[in-house]
Each structure stands twice: as structure tokens, then as C-alpha cells.
Write a protein that binds this ligand. Structure first.
Ligand SMILES: [Zn+2]
Ligand SMILES: [Zn+2]
Length: 287
């Protein structure tokens, strides 16, 4: 057996949910596997106040693994921060989290008209509040949209969101939707659905996007990529998404990984390299 320092491609999971609630006592093992598959930056995303707090804690505890956090309220949970039947005022205890040391983004926020877990009026009010909040603190916005891209765009235009740093995560729209978000200067992030057999149209759309505007994510624990579909998703499955993405774009995983590393750093403004010495510096053991 020989020990070598293999230069694994620098992979990024631009959107995942990693808390004790989702992974229980398995969380440490999940983080280990993430590091050993070459994941160097992970954005752990909050979906309500408790999970935003927990995203900050996970990011803090896993600084050396390149973990950062986003804080915000998912449209599903918009009702939990509503102050009336139509209006949202984001509570102080949430707003204060934007100053936590590893927080690099605001979200996820947006509109989900597929599930309608919160009334649409409340979702729209919450989305507006998140746009204003992100602008106040100067951090990028992580946007969730489902069957709602037209409304997302009209609110963004109304709030003068043109040119603000933002990513539409788990993008699943049409070419026109993509074009509209790109023209606002936004990034588009792709998850497991890019690998699903039936999604040829999404792959064709992805193939034609400008390389400097794309990101990849697992959205773990949801949406495990093919061929792991149906299992609980986790960041170490990101390799399956990078492979399909590279193949679709006619490039190598290494070249794509370099591009995405630059893109993510431009959006989230996190350091490209680890100041604190990360677990990836550990020798990789080959037998
Ligand atoms: Zn989402
Ligand atoms: Zn999410």
C-alpha cells in the first residue's frame, strides 16, 4: 500500500440541507464522505428559523471542510413569519443570523406554486422581504421557484433586482425563463433532475448556457441523482451530477470543476482556497 497526495477535482455543492434533523447521528459520516469525494465547498441552506440557525452551526463546526451557510425562510414556511394573512415581516432573530461568521448568502426564499404550503400572497411578501434584506446586507440571494418563474421575475423587476448577486437553485424552467434570469445577471444552479433519464430537454438547455453562469448542487437530502435515485441524497453524490454535466457540455469533470469553482467564488465571495487547512489535505490512500 502506498500513500499519495492525489489532486482530486475541486467540487462544490452549491445547495444542500444538512442538519441533525435530516441526517441524525449520521451527519459526521456524511461530512467525511463529502470530503473524501473531493467536495471543497458546501453551502448549507436554511429553510426556516431553526434550520437557518442549524446551518450556521454546521458551517461553524465544519469550517475546515469548507462549509458555509445561507439563512432564510423557504416559501413553504413563509406562513411561519407572516404578521397578517398577506404580509411578512422577518423577525429580528432571523435577521441577526446574516451576521454569523460563515453566512455568505440569504435564502432560500422564493415562490412555490406547486405545493402552495403557504398562501401565495404571503410567499410573495416573504420573497420581497428577502430581496430587500439581501440588498441591505450585501449578500447574494438563493432563490427557489416552482411553477412560479413568471411571478418571481415580476417581483424581482419590481424590486429592482436587476444585477443583484443571485442564484436560481434547482433550475427547471424553459429556455425563455433561463434567458430572463441570465439577463438579470443571475446564476442558474442544477441538481439531480439534470441526470434523470426523461429530462433530455433540461440537458439541452444546460448545454447551451454560458459557462460562467452555471452552478451544481445536490439539494440533499432530496432529489438524489441517477443512478442513486430513491435513496436519501447526500453531498457525496455530487460526482454523479458533475459527470452528467461534463458529458452534456462536452468537457471533462476537471475543466467543469475549475469553471464552477470560479463561478461559486464570484457569487458567494468565499475564499477559493482553505485558509484553515481542510480535510482534503489529508493523504489519499491507494492500495
Ligand atoms: Zn428549494
Ligand atoms: Zn433547498
Amino acid at each position: 500500500m502506498k500513500t499519495t497526495y492525489k489532486e482530486a477535482p475541486y467540487l462544490i455543492d452549491s445547495h444542500c440541507h444538512l442538519s441533525r434533523e435530516e441526517y441524525g447521528s449520521d451527519l459526521e459520516a456524511v461530512m467525511e464522505r463529502a470530503a473524501s469525494c473531493g467536495l471543497r465547498r458546501l453551502l448549507v441552506v436554511g429553510a426556516d428559523i431553526p434550520s437557518s440557525r442549524s446551518a450556521c452551526q454546521v458551517a461553524e463546526a465544519h469550517r475546515a471542510d469548507g462549509v458555509f451557510a445561507a439563512v432564510g425562510v423557504h416559501p413553504h414556511s413563509a406562513s411561519s413569519v407572516a404578521c397578517s394573512s398577506e404580509e411578512v415581516r422577518l423577525p429580528e432573530e432571523l435577521l441577526a443570523l446574516a451576521d454569523a461568521p460563515r453566512v455568505v448568502a440569504i435564502g432560500e426564499t422564493g415562490l412555490d406554486y406547486h405545493y402552495d404550503h403557504s398562501p401565495r400572497e404571503v410567499q410573495r411578501s416573504s420573497f420581497r422581504e428577502h430581496i430587500r434584506w439581501a440588498r441591505r446586507v450585501g449578500k447574494p440571494l438563493v432563490i427557489h421557484g416552482r411553477e412560479s418563474y413568471a411571478d418571481l421575475l415580476s417581483i424581482l423587476r419590481d424590486e429592482e433586482g436587476y444585477g443583484m448577486p443571485a442564484v436560481v437553485h434547482c433550475f427547471s424552467g424553459t429556455e425563455e425563463d433561463a434567458e430572463a434570469f441570465l439577463s438579470m445577471g443571475f446564476f442558474l444552479s442544477f441538481a439531480g433532475p439534470l441526470t434523470f433519464r426523461k429530462n433530455e430537454a433540461l440537458r439541452q438547455l444546460f448545454r447551451a448556457l454560458p459557462g460562467d453562469r452555471i452552478l451544481l448542487e445536490t439539494d440533499a437530502p432530496y432529489l438524489a441523482p441517477h443512478p442513486l435515485r430513491g435513496r436519501r441524497n447526500e453531498p457525496s453524490f455530487i460526482g454523479a451530477i458533475y459527470s452528467v454535466a461534463a458529458e452534456v457540455r462536452g468537457t471533462t469533470v476537471e475543466a467543469l470543476a475549475r469553471q464552477i469553482r470560479e463561478n461559486a467564488a464570484r457569487l458567494f465571495l468565499w475564499p477559493l482556497d482553505d485558509e484553515e487547512g481542510s480535510v482534503h489535505d489529508r493523504p489519499v490512500i491507494h492500495d
